[in-house]
Design a binder for this molecule. Structure first.
Ligand code: PEP
Length: 248
């Protein structure tokens, strides 16, 4: 059985006081829950330490939103996987479509970052997904397949795949149940082909793109959907908790 994972991507939101406050609310709201799922929060870099302090002792896991592919060295402004692990992170989001678009991140760079994450014992959450034009051209499965082939680490280690159609992120729009099921089923087949049945079936595949409490039950009930990567709705503790409750 794959336990569902609800991951919050805070993106570039929150200053010290508000970030601490949100983390404190999350720890209070999620701490005493019999967890139907695992919760992960991924604040921006400057909030990792304060958030780690606020969620200490709660079941909420800590993740970052990116890391560099190198272990250390002359990379001004960048952060290594080991630095993130040192701050208490267990996970790191990699290859989010906003980083692929804003920073020109390629599949091979995402793969190198994922392998760097393994080197620091972090679990990479590797994001893939088609643009609206690609979906309309009937290319969604091919695009996702190419991203799987190019972005996944070749080394052994635990990772998570997040399927996030680019056009669904922050738009309030979601694919149909059938479309989500088709893509997740395709990803599962590709994972099993690549890693063998046992390992391929153990990998969690999250859906991301406009998930909120109101649609979480439906999306999380689709075959092969093992959780959600949540942007906007993760910035409110009660909404985030309600998404987790939908797992039950
Ligand atoms: C995201 O950015 O990963 C995301 C899914 O955002 P939202 O939930 O706001 O669509």
């Amino acid at each position: 059985m794959r336990r569902k994972l609800i991951a919050g991507n805070w993106k570039m939101n929150g200053l010290l006081a508000s970030g601490r406050g949100l983390a404190r609310d999350l720890a209070a709201q999620l701490g005493d829950q019999p967890p139907a799922c695992e919760f992960l929060v991924c604040p921006p870099f400057h909030l990792l330490v304060p958030v780690a302090e606020e969620i200490a002792g709660s079941p909420v896991l800590l993740g970052a939103q990116d890391c560099h592919s190198a272990e250390k060295g002359a990379h001004t402004g960048d952060v290594s996987a080991a630095m993130l692990a040192d701050l208490g992170c267990s996970h790191v989001i990699l290859g989010h479509s906003e980083r692929r678009a804003d920073h020109g991140e390629s599949n091979s760079l995402v793969r190198a970052k994922a392998e760097a994450a393994f080197g620091a014992a972090l679990v990479p959450v590797i994001c893939i997904g088609e643009t609206e034009d690609q979906r309309q051209a009937g290319e969604a499965l091919a695009v996702v397949g190419a991203q799987i082939a190019g972005s996944l680490p070749q080394a052994e280690g635990e990772f998570v795949v997040a399927y996030e159609p680019v056009w669904a992120i922050g738009s309030g729009r979601t694919p149909t149940r059938d479309d989500v099921g088709d893509v997740h089923g395709h990803i599962r087949t590709l994972l099993c082909d690549r890693l063998g049945d046992a390992r391929g079936r153990a990998i969690r595949i999250l859906y991301g793109g406009s998930v909120k409490a109101a649609n979480a039950g439906e999306l999380l009930g689709i075959d092969q959907v093992d959780g959600a990567l949540v942007g906007g709705a993760s910035l409110e503790a009660s909404e985030f908790r309600a998404i987790g409750t939908a797992c039950a």
